[in-house]
Write a protein that binds this ligand. Structure first.
Ligand code: NAD
Length: 494
């Protein structure tokens, strides 16, 4: 592909299709448009759903190993042009190239990982109440999936939704985010080149207000899986409820990062820095609020500030860049508003607190690494998600206090603990109400884990066998092979 931008046509029913309306794609590092994509309308969305519906029975009827064959070809195709895909991600999303390479590798990993389930989707055999009868429960495809993704991992999140759907025997209609459609279009070309039958995967570019609404109001989807923000997740669930369509929602986070005095403080600092600044702080599992035991608080803040100052803000296409731009002007302004709110509530800015004086490009959406102290429980900066390179650091005096801070909020996705005390580790596991607990390490989550958030962080989850379960449903089968009628009694009234 070599830095070529995929053509703007979307994949519907095995064909590439344009639409009348278009939207520019902006490079966050420069603020300049560099491509145009088509915007699907409600009718095209309905066509894509109908194509997926037509394609599903034959796709679901293939031997899983045959479906896995397509998936392995997709993984190989991703790897074969990994650098070009990484560069495309950087251009439309702005993460540093090293991180984009990791994203591409992760995307291939989803296809390889779920292909392994070809021989692992199992059922159960149960004893019958009647002689000469067999009962079993088998897993079958859920059917047609609607998938909606955000902009922060525009390539890997396509894989995270499509790979489990394919091995389960489902067909899928996926909508990319408005700001990052090109990665999904590149994937569409990979799917087509891998020879997937028409309609098995359909990729739409378009807005949430048109394509997203059309998907979520459709009476012909069997599952809606969405990764994105809490307000959108709630709206999707409301729309899906009208047709009783099941939803799986991976929403926001406000991860607490607890550092105990007994931990290796240098390792905790390094990890806290990585976990806050990766992808310019635009990750649902990012360290969003750091709590440090008071006896090591000053040391921690000093080292964290030094490490933050050492980060190289730059052109995300350069290997040496640690921190690239935010995704868009709107998202940059959201971060500015959160920091202004914190200052208004009495917090202190230790470093940063605004756009860099000499950004790598004047039009880029850059924000400086920002460390905030003087925060108190209840402040907005400790409660609302800040998708940016901004971290409040707060001291605590006891482990109980740290647990209580961690649980103080509506989000429940990821939580971090740095300690060498097994009792504190176990208490965190038991008492911190988050779906993912990282002890003495940072993310990302593993393929075989279960990426699951509690409370406002979502419903359902992705990855591993539990994530795959979302894409399957169960069927109970009763087979009478006795040659005689089974009991005429109908104990439950039929
Ligand atoms: P967003 O909610 O604005 O958009 C997500 C997607 O929903 C987009 O594709 C958008 O077009 C679509 N959408 C918007 N309105 C819609 C509607 N009415 N009906 C259907 N679809 C609609 O979120 P975002 O700004 O793209 O992403 C950032 C958020 O995603 C953050 O809160 C972040 O924490 C979260 N996120 C969560 C995870 C996770 O796994 N839990 C991973 C990445 C990002």
């Amino acid at each position: 592909m070599n830095d070529t931008i995929p053509s703007r046509e979307m994949l519907i029913d095995g064909r590439f299709r344009d639409a009348g309306e278009t939207r520019p794609v902006i490079n966050p590092a420069t603020g300049e448009a560099f491509a145009e994509v088509a915007l699907a309308d409600a009718a095209m969305t309905a066509e894509a759903i109908a194509a997926a519906r037509r394609a599903q029975p034959a796709w679901g009827a293939l031997a899983p190993l045959e479906r896995a064959g397509y998936m392995r070809r997709i993984a190989a195709a991703i790897r074969s042009e990994a650098e070009a895909y990484a560069r495309l991600i950087v251009r439309e999303q702005g993460k540093p190239i090293n991180e984009a390479r990791g994203e591409v590798d992760g995307a291939a990993g989803f296809f390889d990982f779920f292909a392994e389930y070809a021989r692992r989707i199992q059922g159960e055999i149960l004893p019958s109440d009647h002689a000469g009868e067999q009962i079993w429960i088998q897993r079958v495809p859920i059917g047609v999936v609607g998938a909606i993704i955000p902009w922060n991992y525009p390539f890997a999140l396509v894989a995270r939704k499509v790979a489990p759907a394919l091995i389960a025997g489902d067909t899928i209609v996926l909508k990319s985010h408005e700001d990052t459609p090109l990665s999904a279009l590149a994937m569409a070309r990979i799917f087509q080149a891998a020879g997937l039958p028409a309609g098995v995967v359909n990729i739409l570019t378009g807005t949430g207000a048109v394509v997203g609404e059309a998907l979520c109001n459709s009476a012909d989807l069997d599952l809606i899986t969405m990764t994105g923000s809490v307000p959108t997740g709630k709206r999707i669930m409301g729309n899906a409820a009208k047709n009783l369509t099941p939803v799986s929602l991976e929403l926001g986070g406000k991860a607490p990062f607890i550092v105990m005095a007994d931990s290796d403080v240098d390792m905790a600092v390094r990890s806290a820095v990585t976990s806050r600044y990766m992808n310019c702080g635009q990750v649902c599992i990012c360290n969003e609020r750091t709590y440090v035991e008071r006896s090591v608080y000053d040391e921690f803040v000093e080292k964290f500030v030094a490490a933050s100052k050492a980060l190289r803000i730059g052109d995300p296409m350069e290997d040496s860049t640690d921190l690239g731009p935010k995704i868009s002007r709107a998202e940059l302004e959201k971060v500015e508003a959160r920091v202004a709110e914190a200052v208004g509530e009495g917090a202190e800015i230790v470093i940063g607190g605004g756009r860099p004086e000499n950004p790598p490009h004047p039009g880029g959406f850059y924000y400086s690494p920002t460390v905030i102290t003087g925060v108190r429980p209840g402040m907005g900066i400790l409660k609302s998600e800040v998708f940016g390179p901004v971290v409040p650091i707060m001291p605590f005096d006891s482990f109980d206090e740290a647990v209580s801070h961690a649980n103080d909020g509506r989000y429940g996705l990821s939580a971090y603990l740095f300690t060498n005390d097994i009792a504190k580790i176990m208490r965190t596991v038991n008492e911190v109400a988050f779906g993912e607990i990282y002890v003495n390490r940072v993310g990302p989550e593993s393929l075989q884990g279960f990426h699951v958030g509690y409370h406002d962080s979502g419903l359902g989850g992705d990855d591993g066998s539990h994530g795959l379960e979302t894409y399957l449903r169960k069927k109970t089968v009763y087979v009478n092979y006795s040659g005689a009628p089974t009991s005429a009694l109908m104990p439950y009234g039929g």
